[in-house]
Write a protein that binds this ligand. Structure first.
Ligand code: CTP
Length: 405
């Protein structure tokens, strides 16, 4: 119950995503937080102060020069009587104002006056988001200590344009708020950890590829769990349909070779965890043009070559991280094969996972793993992928303790 009795000051700026802020208020209050809202003038064109006030069960603040407000609360108090200031949606305009220290309305004045952490959930047209001016402002704000959640890729409500700029979903923003307010110990603070996740796509031609059923859920959950313990997590993800976890730096790749290049670029690191279901083979030559179906010629045969083993490469690398963990996705002789993999791949731990179809692990939400290491085998019970991730993150923290150096 991280949010219980926490005070959130929510600044709603003008954008169509403001409708999602209504849901955000509801989610925060469900978790026991109190939410006080400041709306910009433009925000009121999208959602009414009446609706916002009803959901937050408080009056809504919007005017810098409202005598009554300035008399009894005022922008300074408003900005300090909170544990966290959240801006959702954060527009390009409001980002620009704070990056430059402007304070000509209540929202910007509160942001400039606060002594509390600020979290922004940007929402804007993809071109506005990628504009050099917005990029500069973001860099400035990050250097000033402002945290960001999102934006996500997606189609824009108003223009149908696709790209990065859609506001993070309310539950992702809640997770980012929880991460920010979480006062729990951070045993992995200052540790850089690489995590691979998801499947890889191996191209056959520009429109076809070979893939597998990995959803990325377990790898992403591990990345998130490590970040919650304070690690600087670099997540190298194959194509997945789930969002990047909060608080990690995600690098998106498609093929095994791209994944390998991304991972090796991230070395040195304190630990590396290989959860991705990397394709063992790729087509010998991906065709540059779409392969046509030719009448009477029959299907083409695909010559395959082996992909690099990314885990083994890092396990035997001259910059090998102190802790290297692999996963073994097996349908038979689970433990024997895991033990062999430890050696062959240069790993300290293999997390052995029974992926036989009866188990429903691939794409599912639960799994049952065994931890195989030089110290023996430890059986974990049937757990959700989030619980498995939390346990594994705790194990990583224990293994990286300075005492074990
Ligand atoms: N892995 C990797 N690069 C590859 C293949 C696998 O990094 N090209 C990693 C996976 O991320 C996982 C581990 O190796 O951590 C084991 O993958 P698995 O598919 O179980 O093992 P394989 O080496 O492919 O062995 P087998 O085909 O016998 O199952």
């Amino acid at each position: 119950m991280i949010l219980s009795s926490k005070r959130i000051l929510l600044v709603i700026a003008g954008g169509i995503a403001a409708y999602k802020s209504l849901d955000l208020i509801r989610r925060l209050r469900e978790r026991g937080a109190s939410v006080r809202v400041v709306m910009t003038k433009a925000a009121q064109e999208f959602v009414t102060p009446l609706a916002v006030g009803a959901l937050s069960a408080d009056r809504v603040f919007s005017d810098l020069f409202d005598r009554a407000d300035e008399h009894d609360i005022g922008h300074i108090r408003l900005s300090r009587e909170a544990d966290l200031v959240v801006v959702a949606p954060a527009t390009a305009d409001l980002m620009a104002k704070l990056a430059n220290g402007l304070a000509d309305d209540l929202a910007s004045a509160v942001l400039l006056a606060t002594d509390k952490p600020v979290l922004m959930a940007p929402a804007m047209n993809p071109r506005m988001w990628s504009h050099p001016a917005t990029c500069r402002n973001r860099t400035t704000l990050e250097a000033d200590g402002v945290r960001f959640v999102g934006p996500a890729r997606g189609e824009m409500a108003e223009s149908g344009e696709a790209g990065e700029g859609r506001m993070a979903e309310p539950l992702e923003i809640v997770a980012a708020i929880e991460a920010q307010l979480d006062g729990a110990p951070k045993p992995l603070a200052g540790r850089r950890i690489i995590v691979t996740s998801g499947p890889t796509h191996e191209p056959i031609d520009p429109v076809r590829y070979i893939a597998n059923r990995s959803s990325g859920k377990q790898g992403h959950a591990i990345a998130a769990a490590l970040a919650r313990l304070g690690a600087d997590v670099r997540l190298v993800s194959g194509p997945v349909s789930i969002p990047d976890p909060v608080g990690v730096t995600a690098i998106h790749v498609e093929s095994a070779r791209q994944m390998q290049a991304a991972v090796e670029q991230l070395l040195p690191a304190d630990a590396a965890i290989f959860v991705a279901a990397v394709a063992d083979w790729r087509t010998a030559d991906a065709a540059g043009e779409k392969i046509k179906k030719v009448a009477g010629k029959g299907p083409p045969s695909l010559a395959m070559v082996e992909n690099p083993d990314i885990l083994a490469g890092v396990g035997h690398h001259r910059m090998r991280p102190r802790l290297v963990i692999g996963f073994a996705a097996e349908t038979q002789n689970l433990l024997e094969n895991a033990a062999l993999k430890l050696d062959r791949k240069g790993a300290d731990i293999i997390v052995a996972n029974d992926v036989s179809p009866e188990g429903g692990v691939m794409g599912g939400d639960r799994n049952r793993v065994r931890i195989v290491s030089g110290e023996g085998v430890e059986e974990w019970p049937d757990l959700s992928k989030d619980e498995t991730a939390a346990r594994l993150a705790a194990l990583v923290a224990e293994r990286l303790l300075p005492a074990r150096l």
